[in-house]
Each structure stands twice: as C-alpha cells, then as structure tokens.
Design a binder for this molecule. Structure first.
Ligand code: SF4
Length: 413
C-alpha cells in the first residue's frame, strides 16, 4: 500500500474540522446566492421532486456558468416539472430546450435516465450516492454526491472544480490536481470534512466559497471565512514555515502532494500557487464547409434548409446547415468542389461549385475542438425535392431556425 500522505496536507484535528465547518456554514447562511434550485431543494417536501430538481441543475451546471444556467433551468422545470413529465418528452424537445447550453449529450442522457427511473425503478429516485452513480446514466461520482447530500441528507462529500481549488489551497496541495493520487486524496478529505447534520449545505458552501471567494485568479482571502485554516494563506503571510512545527511535516522532496521540485512555490503567486494542473493538450483543429441553402417560401419569406446530425457523436441529433468535414490543407477550389458534390446528394441535381458564394469563416471552440466553419451560401430559384432516404431535413424560416434544436455554432453561422 502507498505511504499515507504527510500530515500537513490532511485534516487530522477534530477540533479544527469542527471549527472549519461552523465558520463555513455560518458564512453560507449569511452570504449564499439565491438560486432557483436551492430554493426548491429547501422548500419541496417530496424527496423525489427535490432529487429531480438538484439533478437537473447539477447536470446543467457541468461546464456551464450559473448565470447562463438559471434561465435554462427555469424553462426546463416549467416544461417538465417532474421526472415523469421528462420521461415522456421527445429527444427533439429536449434538444430544442437545451440549444445553446452546449455539451448536448447531457440533456439526452438526463432524459434517458428519467425514462429509466420511471420504467425500471417505479418512478423512485435512488437515495444514496452509490446507487445514484450505479443506476443512473450520466450521473458520475460528483453529481451522485451532490444529489444525495443536498436532496436526501446523506453525509457524503463532493469534489468539483471549485472544491479542488479550495482544498488544494487549504492544504497546500501542489501536485497535479488532475492526477488520480490527488483526486483520491481530495475525495477522502471532502468525506472527512462534510458536516454530518447539514451535508447538503456544507457541500454547497464549499462550492460557493470556490465560486465567489476562493476564485481562480484573485481570491478574496481577506473576506474568507476559513482563512485561519488555510495553509496557502498562512504561507503567503508568513513564508514557508508553519507556526506549529509538525514532526510529520514534509519538504518538497518526494511528497506526493507537494508541488514538484522542478516547480517550487513562487512567492509572486501567493495562494494561487495552488492548485496546479498538468498542461492541457491544445484543442484539435477541424475545418468544416457549410452551406446556407436559401429559397423563397410560400409566403415570400426566405427559408433555409437544415438537416439533422447523426444520433451519436458530437452535437448528436442537432440540426445544422448541410455541412461537410474537410481534410486539412485543402485548396479553396477543392473545398468548393467537395461541398458542391455533397450538396448534390441533398438536392438530387448537379450543383456548380462556382455558384457557391463564399460568405466568411466562423470559429467555434468546443471543449476539445477548434472548429472553423467555412461558410457558403446558395440561393435557389426552383423547388428542390429532398431525398427522404437521407438524414431528416426541413426548410425553416429564420424564426423557426432559432426555435429549432441548433447549436450555438450554427447560430453564429
Ligand atoms: Fe482560498 Fe484565500 Fe480562503 Fe485560502 S484564505 S481558502 S486561498 S480564499
């Protein structure tokens, strides 16, 4: 078994843990933001409804800012206030409501999981983090812990990006915060710290602290309710040595949680020395030709052709202008020809590459892809018969386009 981490990185003193919980919860009670899912979780007496509300909010909040989520969450809960209602929705409806929120597979999996709860679990949400993670598709360790602690009062910790930052600073953890050794340690710490009588509030308080006070670039240490327990803050104020020397204290040598010896503490960074991450891989560059086909609709207003993407993979099931992934480094002329051939399949008639009007390029960055859309337009005179054997397609007005399940990238196009 690996050696236990040095004491300076742990919470070993029960009195300190108790004090930290008390300070953090008192601060949370005073300063927490008013958020619709919090209100519902605090006031709803039906446990399944509470669980559902927290679940929806947690899935939406993954990779997305609170300010963006609020409107989506409110509209979602208005449309599908219960699991049962969501289980009856179509994927098309889910995608339409999710449009613009990104990471579309989240909505799809939420709906699949709701169907599973209704059809296989008699409509009853699992009540523990372990069961939530085991039984619900799309629910990982963090989401399971959040639902179980906030909705059902299970004393289980959570570790998300905010918690990683706060805990790494509280305990001067400077090894790569995405490494399994550090992540395991942080989960253990979160489980030790979580308040036994108010686990949901405690977890939300820790995340709230990371979101509003212990922020990535300029943390507000002076206002922090747990600064007296924070080793990074202490180190910033008093230098490297702890006030109370600990016989088990580690140096930067071979400690698995300290910053690597090659990147020691940088005093100009202060508490933002922590956490540290391994350098991210740069996003993959992709180039896609896309064409806005336009015709006069029956009432004279322009209409545009949109087609549906495959039901798996990136932007699964969303609608887009006919698009074609291009090989890198193609000459412009070749790009046009390939796009013209692709369009011919949709239109059932030859398309002259020269007829495609180049409009411009649109850049959109997905989490791991740097996507360039090369945008063309093609106005059509006659009618076009769409081949039903191809992916679903339809003509839409501009308003209908915006109400459809289209990605933010396509709206930019
Ligand atoms: Fe974060 Fe500063 Fe508070 Fe430490 S004192 S937890 S670094 S805000």
């Amino acid at each position: 078994a690996p050696a236990p981490p040095p004491a300076r990185h742990l919470f070993r003193d029960p009195a300190e843990v108790e004090a930290l919980r008390g300070n953090l919860l008192a601060w949370y009670d005073r300063c927490k933001r008013d958020l619709p899912w919090r209100t519902l979780a605090a006031t709803e007496s039906d446990a399944d409804r509470r669980g559902y509300a927290v679940w929806v909010s947690e899935i939406m909040l993954q990779q997305t800012q609170v300010a963006t989520v609020i409107d989506y969450y409110n509209r979602w809960m208005q449309k599908w206030p219960t699991l049962q209602a969501l289980a009856q929705a179509s994927l098309e409806e889910v995608n339409e409501l999710w449009a613009g929120l990104g990471y579309y597979s989240r909505g799809k999996r939420l709906q699949e999981a709701a169907r599973k709860v209704v059809s296989e679990l008699a409509g009853r949400m699992p009540r523990t983090a372990e069961d939530l993670q085991k039984l619900l598709p799309g629910v990982g360790r963090y989401t399971a812990g959040a639902i179980a602690s906030i909705s059902y009062g299970q004393a289980t910790g959570v570790v998300d990006g905010n918690v990683i930052r706060v805990l790494c600073r509280l305990r001067c953890i400077g090894a790569d915060s995405s490494s399994p050794a550090v992540i395991d340690q942080l989960w253990e710490m979160a489980n030790v710290l979580v308040d036994r009588s108010r686990p949901g509030d405690f977890n939300q308080a820790l995340m709230e602290l990371g979101a509003t006070v212990c922020v990535p670039k300029a943390p507000l240490c002076g206002e922090c309710p747990v600064k007296q327990h924070c080793r990074a803050w202490h180190r910033k104020l008093f230098g490297n040595r702890p006030t109370v020397p600990d016989v088990e204290d580690c140096g930067v040598g071979d400690c698995p949680l300290c910053p690597p010896a090659t990147e020691p503490w940088d005093s100009s960074l202060g508490v933002t020395n922590f956490p540290r991450k391994a350098a991210k891989k740069p996003p993959r560059a992709m180039r896609t030709a896309t064409c806005v086909l336009e015709r006069r609709g029956s009432h004279g207003a322009p209409e545009y052709l949109i087609v549906q993407r495959p039901s798996s993979g990136l932007l699964a099931g969303l609608w887009e202008f006919p698009s074609l992934l291009l090989a890198q480094d193609l000459q412009e002329e070749k790009e046009r020809e390939e796009l013209a051939d692709h369009l011919q399949a949709w239109m059932g008639q030859p398309v002259a590459a020269k007829g495609l009007r180049f409009i411009g390029e649109v850049i959109h960055i997905f989490s791991h892809i740097y996507q360039t859309y090369v945008v063309y337009s093609l106005p059509l005179d006659g009618d076009v018969t769409l081949d039903p054997a191809l992916s679903p397609s339809r003509w839409v007005t501009e308003d209908e386009f915006h109400a459809s399940a289209v990605s933010t990238a396509m709206k930019k196009v």
